[in-house]
Design a protein around this ligand. Structure first.
Ligand SMILES: NC(=O)c1ccc[n+]([C@@H]2O[C@H](COP(=O)([O-])OP(=O)(O)OC[C@H]3O[C@@H](n4cnc5c(N)ncnc54)[C@H](O)[C@@H]3O)[C@@H](O)[C@H]2O)c1
Length: 430
C-alpha cells in the first residue's frame, strides 16, 4: 500500500485517484476548485463516467479515498504525488503549462522528504525537466520526477484504467521506477519502462497517430462518397491486414473532438516547430478535421435546399463522443454554429451533455426526450454515436419528423434498411 496524492480532480485525476484507492492505496485527491471538492465530499460526482460513482463512493466510505483543497497536508502525508491538472492549448496552439507549473510549486513548498512526483497530465517533451527545476527552486532534498502518461478514454475511463493495454513509466531513477511498479502491481497490461522524455513522447505520438487515422479515413470517406464506395466496408477490409490491425482507429464520421486530440495534435506540431522539424502530416490532419466538422451542412442543404432560413433541425448528440458529458471541441458545436448563422431553429437532445453544451451555447433549446427533439423537424442530424440513437424506433422517428430526412455523422444505420423505410438518409462516406 502506498500513500498517494493526486493533484487535479478532473476526468483523469478523479479516475486515477478512485481506481488507485480501489486497488488498496491510501489516496488523497486535491483540487483548487472548492465547489468540486465540497460536492465530492457529499458523494456528488462532478463528471459523468460509467462506473466511477460506485468506486468513489465505496472508497470514500472505507477511508481509502479522501478529498481536500489543502495541497500542503496532502503532499506531506504522501510518498507519490500525481500531477493530473489540465494542459489546454493557448490561442497560438502552444501548450499552457501554467497549471502544471503551479501544481509543481505547490508540491515543492510542501515537500518534507523524498517523494516521487509523477506527471500524469499530457505534457510536451521536456516538461519533466521543467517540473524538476521548479521543485528544486523551493526544496533542496532528494526527489524524483517520473512521466506516467494516461491513455484512458472518456466514457471507458474506469475500465481502461484498471485494464490498461500498457502502463508507461518514464523514469531516470531506479528507485522511483521501483516505487511506480509497486503502485501498479495489482493492474495488468504491459509495462513500458523507459526514460522520462520517451514516455512524454509516447503519449503525444500516440494521440497524434490516432488523430491521423481519423483524418485519413475521413479523407478516404470523402472519395468514397464521390465514387459510390462504402467507407465502412473499406475500413473492414483494411483492418484484416495484420500491419493495420483489427482495432485500427478507422472510424469515419464528422471528425474528432474532445479535450485531447485537438490540443495534442497542436502540441505536437508546436514541439516539432520549436525543434526545427516540419511535421506537415499533422498540419493536414488538423485541416482535414476542421473541414470534416463542417461537412454535414452541405448534406443538410442537399436534402432541404440551399436556404435554411426558418427550417427546424433536430440534433441528436452534443457530447464529443458517447458515454461522456464532455463537450470540449465537440463536432456538434461546429454544426450548431453553422445552423445558427443561417437562422435555423435548432432543437437538441443529449442524454448527459445538454447542460455542459448550454454553457457554450446559452440559448440552445434542448429536450429531455430524444423523440421530442425531432417533432416536426425538417431534418434530424446525428453527431454523437450514443447507443440509444442506434437503437431508436425508426418508425416513430419517421412519423414524428416533418419530412423523413436524416443526416448521420456517425454512420449508425444500415443504408438498405433506411432506403426501404423511405428515409432520405445521408451518412459519411457511404
Ligand atoms: N480527459 C481525458 O480523456 C484525458 C485522457 C488522457 C490524458 N488526459 C490529460 O490529463 C490532464 C487532465 O485532463 P482532464 O481532462 O482530467 O482535465 P480537467 O480539466 O477535467 O481537470 C483538471 C483539474 O485540475 C484542477 N487544477 C488545476 N490546477 C490545479 C492545482 N494547482 N491544484 C489542484 N488542482 C488543480 C482543476 O480545477 C480541474 O478540476 C490533461 O493534461 C489531459 O490532456 C486527459
Amino acid at each position: 500500500m502506498k500513500k498517494i496524492t493526486v493533484i487535479g480532480t478532473g476526468y483523469v485525476g478523479l479516475v486515477t485517484g478512485a481506481c488507485l484507492a480501489d486497488i488498496g492505496h491510501q489516496v488523497i485527491c486535491v483540487d483548487i476548485d472548492k465547489k468540486k471538492i465540497e460536492k465530492l465530499k457529499k458523494g456528488i460526482i462532478p463528471i459523468y463516467e460509467p462506473g466511477l460513482e460506485e468506486i468513489v463512493d465505496k472508497n470514500f466510505k472505507s477511508g481509502n479515498l479522501q478529498f481536500t483543497t489543502d495541497t500542503k497536508s496532502a503532499v506531506e502525508a504522501s510518498e507519490v504525488i500525481f500531477i493530473a491538472v489540465g494542459t489546454p492549448s493557448l490561442p497560438d496552439g502552444t501548450v499552457n503549462l501554467d497549471y502544471v507549473k503551479s501544481a509543481a510549486e505547490d508540491i515543492a513548498k510542501a515537500m518534507n522528504g523524498y517523494k516521487v512526483i509523477v506527471d500524469k497530465s499530457t505534457v510536451p517533451v521536456g516538461t519533466g525537466d521543467v517540473v524538476g527545476r521548479t521543485i528544486s527552486q523551493y526544496y533542496s532534498g532528494d526527489f524524483d520526477v517520473v512521466s506516467n502518461p494516461e491513455f484512458l478514454k472518456e466514457g471507458d475511463a474506469v475500465k481502461d484504467f484498471v485494464n490498461p493495454d500498457r502502463i508507461v513509466i518514464g523514469s531516470d531513477s531506479k528507485k522511483a521506477e521501483e516505487i511506480m511498479l509497486s503502485v501498479y502491481e495489482k493492474l495488468g497490461g504491459e509495462r513500458v519502462l523507459t526514460s522520462v522524455k520517451n514516455a512524454e513522447m509516447i503519449k503525444y505520438a500516440s494521440n497524434a497517430y490516432l488523430a491521423t487515422s481519423i483524418s485519413f479515413i475521413n479523407s478516404v470517406a470523402n472519395i468514397c462518397e464521390k465514387v459510390g464506395a462504402n467507407v465502412d466496408e473499406v475500413a473492414r477490409g483494411m483492418r484484416m491486414d495484420k500491419r493495420i490491425g483489427p482495432y485500427a482507429f478507422l472510424a469515419a464520421g464528422v471528425g474528432y473532438g474532445g479535450s485531447c486530440f485537438p490540443k495534442d495534435v497542436k502540441g505536437m506540431i508546436q514541439t516539432a516547430n520549436e525543434n526545427g522539424v516540419s511535421f506537415e502530416i499533422l498540419d493536414a490532419v488538423e485541416s482535414v478535421n476542421e473541414a470534416q466538422k463542417k461537412s454535414l451542412l452541405p448534406k443538410i442543404q442537399k436534402l432541404l435546399g440551399e436556404g435554411l432560413y426558418n427550417k427546424k433541425i433536430a440534433i441528436w448528440g452534443l457530447a464529443f463522443k458517447p458515454e461522456t458529458d464532455d463537450v470540449r471541441e465537440s463536432p456538434a458545436l461546429a454544426i450548431i454554429k453553422q445552423l445558427y448563422d443561417r437562422d435555423v431553429k435548432v432543437t437538441a437532445f443529449d442524454p448527459i451533455a445538454a447542460e455542459n453544451m448550454k454553457k457554450e451555447v446559452s440559448n440552445l433549446e434542448t429536450t429531455n426526450d430524444m423523440y421530442e427533439a425531432i417533432k416536426d423537424a425538417d431534418c434530424l442530424v446525428i453527431t454523437t454515436a450514443w447507443k440509444m440513437f442506434k437503437e431508436a424506433d425508426l418508425d416513430k422517428v419517421k412519423s414524428l419528423l416533418k419530412s423523413p430526412n436524416i443526416v448521420d455523422g456517425r454512420n449508425l444505420f444500415d443504408l438498405k434498411k433506411m432506403k426501404e423505410m423511405g428515409f432520405n438518409y445521408l451518412s459519411v462516406g457511404r
